[in-house]
Design a protein around this ligand. Structure first.
Ligand code: H79
Length: 590
């Protein structure tokens, strides 16, 4: 799986002195089990339950609680070790006069989202709904006195969205029974409740979490899904009980994978927080992605909101990998969605009104990789999401189906675009201007289910050929593709070598550009690039580290024959224990 370390680092910029080891441990604890869990098999009723969710592809996540008043995220109590007595005072001042359920749900609806998932109770233990289980709740402990979940249920009904709840079933800082110690770290409330022997996660789940879930599942009509988080050391058996509990109260309510560790039985997988997988994790999956640097409201003026182009492309990429995007907003203590967030989401909505057909109810791309963007599909339709608009034509590599027609999704007349197909190579003529700055969708009608040949890199319109690590054939013992660095690493044996097949349209003189990284202690290997019976030699220099990539140009080469070619990179001399981390070989026409 993609290292959640990177994602956490991005999501939670923190003091570097806390160190990266901590981050790795956290990642393993929070998400390390998701990869294994993705293999959960079908269970009775699961397909039926998932029908709306598979169609939806896009939802809104809302992190809102009494912490929103402070503007330092939902972890503020833990980060600042605020004593419970002190933290409880935040309830007395919580009066979100500007909260308007209708407005929030309408914003989500206008953005093209089909469900909202709101924090019913986060780790701070404050219930944002009417509950008999604890007086520490929005109805009984605040001057606001209203139950926002009841109001959201009405609005969701009105706009046709599914209401769903985030519920922290394991980690809690208010209830003294909740889990603290998580093996290597303690993310519980150890400042108010230092005696670990008095904690009892099993009792917490049975006596508190389950009864609260029952309230959530009986007070607001049909609930789309329960979004569990941070299972920590919850026993598989207990996690299974939580799943069964939800299904026994509302059989159609979905449960995400973070209910527990390795166990099966949940309905779909949540990947890491703000994780954008590099390739499809397979199965039914969703990525929770926040629209800024935080989940709960962050008032820091340096807080960055993701621009619409980033959000639109993330949504298309999720859909292109067969998954959903759950886009988070953090409303303020006054109850408003921060205006920059609302504006970005409205812009995504404008794109969705034109291009929603290429997102809803689609399936993952049949192509392993497309240089210009991604692809989604429905029966007899392929939607190419073009992020980087090419000059004149779009080349589609390795499509075996007959193409019946092509058009731009944004064109109200659906004017036909010219298509040429030779063998499994297809090109679609494009207007010179991209219809959308971020993602223009080209629709192909095809016969039958999409059939795609193994990917062979093609010469681009500008005559260049790009051979990325991900498409290389790796011949040998230890060398392998590393997705986190998008390069070929572990090249520790001189006899290992890599090669690519590629297709040339026009003969030319090419400069050979090799992009690699090499740590100082390992520099000095000699490599050769072999193509069409010719070879060039280069020496590996240090780039400053294994993830710092530089481009080397060992020379130029003439390729005469158009057609299928093959290029290999080998090591001839390896004085230290490794060759390089090889990212790409590019042939640039001179
Ligand atoms: O609800 C959001 C997060 O609060 C929750 N999941 C998403 C959807 C989450 N809980 N735990 N984690 C994520 C991972 C733990 C991150 C931590 Fe930290 C890093 C805990 C301590 C260091 C972030 C930075 C929180 C406090 C400091």
């Amino acid at each position: 799986m993609v290292s959640p370390f990177v994602i956490l680092w991005v999501s939670y910029p923190m003091n570097k002195t806390r160190g990266s080891i901590l981050m790795v441990l956290i990642s393993l604890l929070a998400f390390g089990r998701v990869a294994a869990a993705l293999d959960a098999g079908p269970a009775p009723g699961r397909d039926a339950r998932l029908k709306w969710w598979r169609e939806a592809r896009f939802g809104m996540f809302i992190h809102w609680g009494i912490y929103s008043q402070l503007g330092r995220g939902e972890w503020v109590q833990f980060n600042e070790k605020i004593p419970g007595r002190e933290y409880e005072k935040l309830a007395a001042t919580f009066n979100p006069a500007k909260f308007d359920a209708d407005q929030w749900v309408k914003l989500a609806r206008d953005a093209g989202m089909k469900y909202i998932v709101i924090t019913a109770k986060h780790h701070d233990g404050f219930s944002m709904f009417r509950t008999k289980l604890s007086p520490f709740n929005i109805v009984d402990a605040t001057p606001f006195k209203r139950d926002p979940m009841a109001e959201l249920a009405v609005a969701c009904q009105k706009y046709g969205l599914k209401l769903c709840f985030y519920y922290s079933h394991v980690r809690e800082w208010h209830n003294p029974l909740a889990q603290s110690f998580e093996g290597t770290a303690n993310y519980g409330n150890f400042w108010d409740y230092p005696d670990e022997s008095r904690k009892d996660l099993g009792r917490f789940v049975d006596e508190f979490a389950k009864p609260q879930l029952k309230e959530l599942l009986t007070q607001y009509g049909p609930i789309g899904l329960i979004w569990f988080d941070t299972p920590g050391f919850l026993k598989d058996e207990k996690a299974g009980e939580c799943v069964d509990w939800v299904h026994s109260i509302q059989p159609d309510c979905l449960v995400n994978s973070r209910v527990g560790g390795l166990q099966t039985g949940w309905d779909y997988a949540s990947v890491g927080d703000s994780e954008m997988p590099r390739e499809s994790p397979g199965g039914d999956w969703e990525s929770p992605i926040t629209d800024n640097d935080s989940w709960g409201y962050n008032s820091d003026p340096n807080n960055r909101y993701k621009p619409p182009g980033v959000l639109i492309r993330m949504l298309a990429k999720c859909a292109g990998m067969g998954g959903n995007m759950l886009l988070n907003v953090g409303p303020t203590g006054e109850g408003i969605i921060p205006p920059p967030a609302a504006q970005q989401i409205e812009a995504v909505g404008a794109w969705m009104r034109t291009n929603g057909e290429s997102i809803y109810g689609t399936q993952a791309s049949p192509f392993k990789r497309l240089g210009f963007g991604t692809c989604t599909q429905k029966t007899a339709k392929l939607y190419f999401h073009v992020f980087d608009w090419p000059q004149k034509e779009l080349s589609i590599p390795g499509l075996k189906n007959k193409i019946e027609g092509a058009c731009l999704l944004s064109d109200p007349e659906r004017k036909a675009l010219a298509v040429t197909q030779t063998g499994d190579d297809a090109t679609v003529s494009l207007p010179s201007q991209a219809p959308d700055k971020f993602d223009s969708v080209v629709v192909l009608s095809i016969t039958g289910p999409a059939e795609v040949a193994g990917y062979t890199p093609r010469q681009k319109f500008d005559g260049s050929v790009s051979l990325p690590a991900v498409d290389a054939k790796i011949n040998g013992r230890t060398a392998r593709y590393e997705s986190d660095k998008d390069s070929i690493g572990y090249w520790t044996q001189a006899r290992d070598w890599v090669s690519w097949n590629f297709r040339l349209k026009r003969a030319a003189n090419f400069e050979v550009q090799v992009t690699y990284a090499c740590d100082e202690a390992y520099a000095g290997s000699e490599y050769v690039v072999e193509v069409a019976g010719k070879s060039l030699t280069g020496r590996v220099k240090t780039t400053g580290g294994w993830s710092t990539f530089l481009t080397d140009t060992p020379g130029s080469i003439r390729l005469d024959a158009a057609g299928d070619q093959s290029l290999a990179v080998r090591a001839t001399v390896m004085p230290k224990g490794a060759v390089m981390n090889l990212k790409t070989v590019v042939l640039k026409p001179l």
